[in-house]
Every structure is written in C-alpha cells, then in structure tokens.
Design a protein around this ligand. Sequence first.
Ligand code: TRP
Length: 325
Amino acid sequence: MNKTLLSGVKPTGRPHIGNYFGAMKQFVDLQNEYNSFIFIADLHAITSPEIQNGATLAQNTKDMLADYLAIGLDPEKTVIYKQSDIPEVAELAWYFDCLVSMPYLMRAHSFKDAEAKDKEINVGVFNYPVLMAADILVVDADVVPVGKDQKQHVEITRDVAGKFNNAYGETFKMPKELMVADVETVPGLDGQKMSKSYGNTIPLFATDDEIRALVAKIPTDSKAVADAKNPDENNIYNIHKVLLSSDENEALRAKYLAGGLSYKEAKDLLVADLIKFIAPLREKRAEIIKDEAYLLKVLNDGKAKVRAVVEAKMAEIRKKVGTDF
Ligand code: TRP
C-alpha cells in the first residue's frame, strides 16, 4: 500500500512561477508515488479579511482548481477536494482546541508574525495550526509536502496527535513533513525571493505581453555588451535557469561567460523560454476554466472519495471522545 500524502493550498489569488517550482509542481510529481490528497484550503483562506467575501472565495476556489488541473494534477490519481466539503475538520479542530493550551499556540509563528505586524488577529488566525492538524490527521496522512514556512505547523500537528492519543488512546499516527530537497527558490524580478508581497512575480499563466513587460523591468547594470558576465550574479540568468534542462543551462552559462551577450538579448532569450513554458499551460487552463460543469464534477468526485475516508475516521474519533455511543 502506498503511503498517504496530503497537502492544502489557500486559494488567495493568481499563482506565480515561484509557487509552481516551489510547491505546485511537487504535487504533480509525487502523485504517482503516493496515495495523494490535495485540497483547496478555503476555510483557512477566510482567516484573511480580503477573502471574507463569498464571491471572492468562490471565484478563487474555482480558479485554483483550474490552476492545478492545468499543471497536470490528475483527478484519477489525486483526490482533489475543497476543505469545506469536510466540515468535520472544524469539529475535529474543536476536539483538539480543548486539548491544546493558549500559551502553546501563542508560540506558533503564524500567530507571532501576525502579532509582529500589529495585525488585528482573529481567532481563526490563532487557531490556524489546529485546523491544519485536523486537515492532516483526519485522513491519517503519512507525509505532508510543505515549504519551510509550514514546517512548524506539521510539528504542531504531531504534538496535537500526541495529546489526543494520550487523552483518548492511540488514534492518530505521526505525520512527517516532506521537504523536497531540491525545491527551487525562484528569484523575483528584483532578485529577492519571488513573492506576491514583494510585487516581484511572474504569474504562472501570464500572457505573452505581460511576460515581455515584466522581463523588461528586471534591473541591469552598465556592463558593456562585450564584457563577460557572471551568470550567478545575474538575475536574468537566475530566473532563466529554473526553466532549463542541464544541457540548456550549460549552454546559456557559456553565453554569459563568453561576453558579447547584451542584456537586451539575454532578456529576449528569457522571454522566449518563458513563453515556451507558460503558453501551453495558459491555453490548457483557458480550456478548463470554461468548463464549469467539469470543475464541479472534479470537486464532487473528490468530495465523495475524501468523505468516505473522513466518515470512517470520525466515527472512531467520536466514539473515543464520547460524542457518539
Ligand atoms: N497552511 C498552508 C499554507 O498556508 C495551507 C494548509 C492548510 C495546509 N491546511 C494544510 C498545508 C494541511 C498542508 C497540510 O500554505
């Protein structure tokens, strides 16, 4: 039996190529090896006030589903669902809430970050890691592929599982985070990590015109065309290399190192490869998003599959807690 993998993604807007190479692509690559569950974390998303609008959340959820289907997440291989289709996670989070202390949750970085930014913190933000523990434990996940920023949440999940097991008897196994070793950190247009909050992204489904305009914004220095250029210090190259096979990468490095490559030409090469990579994904996504009936079918099928797992697990949990007898 394959191990169970679960991960969730908040539907908070348009993904960029940093999201793709840093996380989304792994879900596609891993779906052949694992019994995979990937869900759209709509209940987590509404911890953010910007998403507290029904039309926005519904649209973001459909958009994100289309994004994942377009990049090759296959509903035959991966159970794709939305979190709110298993309201049991909120019930389970409540059972966990009653076992976890406030000072313990106050050490979670999601809470500390929100506090450091002087944000008004709703109880959902405070409870974020507990709901996440419920997401993971309710399907008995073995592995949770996450970025560095989410590692602590998986640690908290293990603590929560341990607390429940102590109180009610052995119920949950201990999930492990799966940090994919060679996950690419994609630099943004300005050379910092690509991130929506830095405004330096290249959207994964950008139009050709957007691609051209964004690449034009990459800052360059005043080296002459004839000068040899160190690719590793060049942000045009550092973005470009994530798109290339190792042979293509060697060839591009050689061009930078030889001299004679203008920044204009370097950018044109990057634009061409971005378009080559993005255009087919964008076209596939455009097809998928048109077919609302298909999107709803994928969600409904995923819901049926995950609910079968969840209902069995919750029956066991409720018996232990004593809410069912
Ligand atoms: N917290 C994750 C994020 O912000 C999303 C998420 C919610 C998640 N529940 C999860 C990830 C369960 C992995 C497992 O990206």
